[in-house]
Design a protein around this ligand. Structure first.
Ligand code: ZN
Length: 275
């Protein structure tokens, strides 16, 4: 069943766990994710990166996600990941997304608030909630940032924009880590206590399980996994015997591997059996 961002994250808040947010790219990754969610009875967020929305892919992938959500007996939210601006947000809403992330985290806080609020106002008209980002979550390849999201800034950002969810910089980054990150658990707790938004952790791939568990305990309610899901899928595709020819046969194992990957993260986030 299709849930909006607020509905699905409210379940997580009440249950004291985090909803896994897996990036999907094609029919096969959608199948792997939904099979894992169904098997584990876990709510799940399937999200599409902004590029896939502005380049036309989402016009094909979103109907697949919506069909999966319709058939599923667990809550599913379809979310825009790192929305780049008005174009991505508008297309995502047309595609039927039930959650929107707008990322203006590279701008100063005043501009970030103004542009994010505009998106919140638009999305409110169609009962879709927004995830903003404050404290830029960069690339792991550029090294880890210690410019963590400030508690007072987070409070102000949430109050003035009206976002339902907030991506915070507490020690993670996107891509492959050179060394395992150490998360600012106390900062997560402080932000959680001061602001009313559901907290989101990006860059989940490669974060040690014990760190993830502590982050969830401290208040993280949505955690994103893209890099490891992509690598899992691609590695499996590369191992297939091309003489099998038929793509659906070749894709069987990659779908299974994506499912196994998702199940492992569902367990770490504590969302198994919660749907
Ligand atoms: Zn991200």
């Amino acid at each position: 069943m299709l849930y909006n961002l607020k509905q699905i994250l409210t379940l997580a808040e009440e249950g004291g766990y985090a909803v896994p947010a897996f990036n999907v790219y094609n029919v096969e990754t959608v199948m792997g994710v939904i099979q894992a969610a169904e098997e584990a009875r876990s709510p799940v967020i399937m999200q599409l990166y902004s590029r896939l929305v502005t380049n036309g892919n989402s016009d094909y992938v979103c109907p697949v996600v919506l069909e999966a959500a319709k058939r599923a007996s667990v809550p599913v939210c379809m979310h825009l990941d790192h929305g780049s601006g008005e174009e991505a947000v508008t297309i995502a809403l047309r595609n039927g997304m039930t959650g929107i992330m707008i990322d203006h985290s590279t701008l100063d806080i005043e501009e970030n608030i103004a542009l994010t609020k505009k998106v919140v106002d638009t999305c409110n008209l169609v009962n879709v909630q927004v995830e903003g980002e404050l404290g830029h979550i960069g690339k792991a390849a550029d090294g880890l940032s210690s410019a963590f999201t400030e508690v007072d800034d987070a409070k102000r950002f949430v109050e003035e924009t009206g976002v339902s969810a907030l991506a915070v910089q507490v020690g993670t980054a996107h891509g492959h880590y050179k060394q395992a990150p150490v998360l600012a658990i106390e900062r997560i707790k402080e932000i959680k206590e001061s602001c009313g938004a559901f907290l989101v952790l990006h860059g989940g791939s490669g974060v040690p399980d014990d760190q993830i568990k502590m982050a969830v305990k401290a208040g993280i309610r949505k955690m994103n996994f893209s890099t490891d899901l992509c690598c899992t899928f691609i590695e499996s595709v590369q191992k297939q015997d091309p003489s099998k020819i038929a793509i659906d046969i070749i894709m069987k194992e990659p779908i299974e591997k994506v499912k196994e990957f998702c199940l492992s993260k569902i367990d770490v986030l504590g969302s198994r059996g919660k749907a």
